[in-house]
Design a protein around this ligand. Structure first.
Ligand SMILES: [Zn+2]
Length: 347
């Protein structure tokens, strides 16, 4: 058997048991942080449902059906999401999964499977379903038909209407342990140990992020820029700080995720500074920045580091509940301590 999913033992047990006893739900809702493995798990289930191997070895990953599913070419397995079936330009414009997308998808639900045993519909980022699209889907979920399984994926449960949530069996995916991510990166992806260690720490238990960062060096470069920006804030005067606040607020208008990522990087660096300051160097996340972090730990008091960390986390929370981005960023710049100033309270 070759489930591609790493970790999530309880969910895999549940699926295996349901497959064995034929007690599958007609709709699952997979909830978990971005890139924790929701799509891999959904595709695993789609493969297990359509695999041509002996039942105890499904999904085999080898048969024609498993291969078609993993390459996105199986007629009975459809994946839809915010950016599916669109050119790059159109995808940029789209902010929700439209009713047309759902109708097009549901068009085939009443037909028997074309080449496999089950029709599987995977809806990625289901939180972006438009209200009409969600209602349309809800009607279908209320009247389940045979040999059809819906799998909804989301990182933000609160974006989904409760009516829709209540129609699905909800499964929460948990973050992997850092050591688990590290060993998969080395064993399965053949990444050199030192790099695997860094990526695993940065991934916060989301294997998909680590793999993407390995394939796309741009992700680590972005982190480098975010780190430099934070150092400018730490050492800069208020005009430099407000210029960065302005930049981030503008960016928030266009690409929210990028700003959340910046704040996450800042928080993780401040957390590391705290660890270095308290002598727990071996637990830091940003292992490649250790010399910088050690220098910064000398520039701030423990009290300041803690306050900075809390301010950044709080700003992220405010932005997620739609605070005015410019105000939130300006306030953050006022709250963050300046290097070498005000180290009155010693550790
Ligand atoms: Zn197979």
């Amino acid at each position: 058997m070759s489930w591609q999913t790493i970790g999530q033992p309880k969910i895999l047990d549940l699926f295996r048991n349901a497959l064995r006893t034929g007690s599958l739900s007609h709709a699952y809702l997979l909830v978990g942080p971005p890139q924790v493995g929701k799509m891999t798990l959904a595709l695993d289930l789609a493969m297990a449902l359509n695999c041509q191997a002996e039942s105890e070895s499904r999904p085999c990953g080898q048969c024609i059906s498993c291969q078609k599913i993993s390459s996105g070419k199986h007629a009975d397995v459809q994946v839809i999401g915010l950016n599916s079936h669109l050119s790059d330009d159109e995808a940029k414009e789209r902010t929700e999964i439209s009713i047309e997308q759902i109708k097009q998808m549901l068009h085939t639900t009443s037909l028997p499977p074309f080449e496999g045993q089950h029709r599987v519909y995977i809806i990625d980022e289901a939180g972006y379903l438009s209200t009409e699209a969600a209602n349309c889907l809800l009607k279908t979920l209320e009247e389940p038909v045979g040999r059809v399984v819906f799998i909804l994926l989301t990182a933000n449960l609160h974006l989904l209407p409760t009516t829709l949530i209540s129609r699905c069996q909800r499964l929460n995916l948990s973050r992997l342990r850092t050591a688990e991510v590290e060993s998969v990166l080395v064993d399965r992806w053949h990444i050199e140990p030192e790099k695997a260690r860094l990526l695993a720490r940065l991934s916060c238990g989301c294997l998909g992020w680590a793999v993407e960062a390995f394939k796309n060096s741009g992700l680590l470069e972005d982190r480098g820029e975010q780190f430099e920006k934070m150092k400018t804030v730490m050492h800069g005067d208020y005009s430099q700080r407000f210029a960065i606040a302005y930049q981030l607020a503008m960016q928030f208008g266009k690409k929210r995720e990028a700003v959340y990522e910046t704040l996450d990087t800042w928080a993780s660096c401040w957390r590391d500074i705290l660890l270095v300051k308290t002598g727990c160097d071996s637990d830091i996340t940003n292992t490649d920045y250790l010399p910088d972090l050690a220098a910064l730990a000398g520039d701030f008091s423990l009290f300041q580091i803690k306050a900075a960390l809390l301010s950044i986390v709080e700003t992220g929370k405010q932005l997620r509940v739609n605070a005015n981005a410019r105000l939130a960023m300006d306030a953050l710049m006022l709250n963050l301590p300046q290097a070498g100033k005000g180290i009155v309270i010693s550790k």
